[in-house]
Write a protein that binds this ligand. Structure first.
Ligand code: KG4
Ligand code: ZN
Length: 357
């Protein structure tokens, strides 16, 4: 069973082919340099770029894999959540291919796909605790099966990735700042009490990271030395740039990321009172963060639970996660017909699969 996966929910156009043995081929075009000019994703530009790139990328995928359209058995596509214009490009492209090849479609929930890609490397068992930490989402999810997931907690404002990007921007790092903040923080000393664990003095499993951003802005007001200079003209953000950065910035980044990861652990601990998972899955762009990885690894080991974190290249948006999720759903006999719709961010993704008889 060869499944094509298509991901266009935000600013990455990703396509991949997977089968029961694993990844066959994948291609990807990131729009980060384009949106970096504006300091954030510009939705209209994102959808135009997806429309420009998706056809050539599909041709590249076929030529790199040596496969033809007629070799593909199912087409999986992200239907939400995401930017509606961007999602529509992927869904329209998937529908036209499905119609041309006469094969069924399967619409995939982007959040589920982030978590389920972990199954590519380690067979997941259910129920699992899913910790999804990305630029747009911070969710604690009870994963009952590949298509049945229950959100137990989520962010009420900024997502973990956004909180990293915003502090990165304040310090003077380029967009998106999460990865750079991590590099800087790895060189610093952690002060566990420098930043708060926001929105933890309650009983719930939700997050509110905007408090960390405010605390960071206040700290920076009082520690202006931490502001980073631009790299010398003609040079980039190299390892040397981070090594040579001031100690205050390094320590600030380390302490901020420690507090963010600790906040995730505090809330994840609370979820364990609600159900007993068989394993923990951490996914989304921020799963690449070294503080998050370390602190959640300690949390998993304290609770004697296996922890699965996909490889870094599977953590950020990609077509592989969509293709693999499609494969898992197809194996359960699920599909969509040509009435499949893209769902805008903020609206629930319906469980409207059709079942093969
Ligand atoms: O999952 P993703 O690629 O896209 C969304 O669906 O949002 O996540 C992107 C987010 C960005 O905020 C980016 O800064 C953050 O993941 N990110 C990181 C790291 N690598 C990516 N944040 C902290 N540390 C990292 N190493
Ligand atoms: Zn994502």
């Amino acid at each position: 069973m060869l499944v094509l996966g298509i991901e266009t929910s935000c600013d990455d156009t990703g396509l991949a082919l997977v089968d029961e043995k694993g990844l066959v081929a994948s291609v990807m075009a990131s729009q980060v340099p384009l949106h970096a000019l504006f300091g954030g994703v510009v939705p209209e530009l994102a959808s135009r770029e997806h429309a420009r790139l998706i056809g050539p990328l599909f041709d590249k995928l076929l030529s790199e894999s040596g496969k033809k359209l007629s070799d593909i058995d199912r087409i999986a596509v992200t239907r939400g959540p995401g930017l509606l214009g961007s999602l529509l490009v992927g869904v329209a492209f998937a529908k036209s291919l499905a119609l041309a090849a006469g094969i069924p479609l399967i619409g995939v929930n982007h959040l589920h796909a982030h978590l389920l890609v972990a199954d590519l490397e380690n067979k997941l068992t259910f129920p699992a605790l899913g910790i999804l930490v990305s630029g747009g989402h911070t969710h604690l999810i009870k994963m009952n099966s590949p298509h049945d997931m229950q959100v137990l907690g989520k962010t009420l404002d900024d997502a973990a990735g956004e909180a990293c990007d915003k502090f990165g921007k304040m310090l003077g790092l380029p967009y998106p700042g999460g990865m750079y903040l991590d590099k800087l923080g790895q060189l610093g000393k952690i002060d566990k009490n420098l930043f708060p664990r926001p929105y933890t003095k309650n009983e719930n499993c939700d997050f509110s990271f905007s408090g960390m951003k405010t605390a960071a802005a206040l700290w920076l007001e009082q520690h202006k030395n931490a502001l980073l200079a631009l790299p010398p003209l003609g040079q980039n953000y190299s390892d040397d740039f981070f090594e040579n950065a001031n100690e205050e910035a390094k320590n600030g980044a380390a302490s901020y990321l420690y507090s963010m990861a600790d906040t995730l652990v505090i809330k994840a601990r609370r979820v364990l009172k609600e159900f007993s998972p068989t394993c923990i899955v951490v996914a989304g762009g921020v799963a690449a963060n070294s503080f998050v990885r370390k602190q959640l690894a300690e949390f998993a080991s304290e609770n004697h639970l296996p922890l699965y974190i996909p490889k870094n290249k599977f953590c950020s948006d990609n077509g592989i996660m969509v293709a693999h999720t499609g494969l898992l759903l197809v194996k359960m006999g699920l599909y969509h017909d040509e009435n499949l719709t893209a769902i805008a961010r903020g609206k629930p993704i319906p469980n409207d699969y059709r079942v093969m008889v």
